[in-house]
Design a protein around this ligand. Structure first.
Ligand SMILES: [Zn+2]
Length: 269
């Protein structure tokens, strides 16, 4: 039997992503930092709050400010949604999507739970609202693949063992595993704590690494979904990729990953 391992895009076995909430003005400095070090992030925005709040980024700025990053939902008005009637929660999410999509030009399919608030009923509703993943709060201190996309917990908040986790992540080398590091927070917290240098040091340590794929939150799920759609022959002697994007796999522990171009069949024997 031919042994096949899934890889991240580019054949990499590590991925790094970030998630920042509320769309405050400090996102400018943060996205600039990410851009300088080649990191990709997801910014979770409330479409009902940017008009009245001087401290929030205006939508006219979205396309340039968040270019290369993902814009995702954070509900229209940031309520603690487990205390709200379910139809209102559906509205808070769908209307946020509609408002954000006027500015993004792509379908908005991610969510960060406002105030970290969720319930089993809300989780059950999300796929029908076009949401592919949803981020909770807290820190897992782990680099494993998330088991439940709708209870996706980050490796750490940036004020929780960030550099320790970064060093542990960059030291990982075993190619038989896929590793994911995921950092979350709010950009205004760097002003509050006066610790922008912490994030700059983090970017320095994790950026520009050959073994790491730098991705937004939705890019992670899209890549995993693409991999699962690959159609392998029963004995793995060939594989068809029905996706638009190329997929990468390791075959029989090969050093180099094999690229399976979108729409093509590749022999693996
Ligand atoms: Zn928030």
């Amino acid at each position: 039997m031919i042994k096949v391992y899934y890889c991240f895009p580019g054949g990499k076995h590590k991925a790094l992503t970030l998630s920042y909430d509320d769309g405050k003005l400090q996102d400018r400095r943060l996205s600039d930092l990410f851009n300088r070090y080649g990191l990709r992030a997801t910014f979770n925005l409330n479409s009902g709050l940017w008009d009245a709040d001087e401290k929030r980024i205006k939508p006219e700025e979205f396309r340039t400010l968040y270019a290369g990053h993902e814009i995702a939902c954070h509900t229209v008005t940031h309520p603690t949604i487990e205390r709200c009637p379910l139809p209102n929660v559906a509205q808070e999410i769908l209307e946020d999507r509609v408002a954000l999509e006027k500015w993004t030009g792509y379908p908005v399919r991610g969510l960060a739970y406002p105030n970290g608030s969720l319930s089993r009923d809300i989780v059950a509703m999300l796929p029908a609202l076009g949401i592919r993943y949803a981020r909770v709060v807290g820190s897992s201190d782990s680099f494993g693949a998330p088991e439940d996309p709708y209870r996706w917990q980050a490796t750490c908040h940036h004020n929780h063992r960030l550099l320790e986790n970064a060093d542990a992540f960059t030291a990982l080398f075993k190619k038989q595993y896929l590793y994911l590091m995921y950092v979350w927070g709010h950009s205004y917290e760097f002003d509050d704590r006066n610790n922008w240098d912490l994030m700059e040091e983090f970017c320095k340590r994790v950026g520009g690494r050959e073994d790491t794929w730098y991705c937004t939150n939705i890019a992670y799920w899209d890549a995993m979904d693409d991999l699962k759609r690959l159609r392998f022959a029963a004995d793995n002697s060939f594989v068809f990729n029905p996706n638009a994007a190329d997929c990468f796999i390791r075959v029989n522990d090969s050093e180099e990953a094999v690229c399976v171009p979108g729409g093509e069949t590749v022999r693996l024997d």
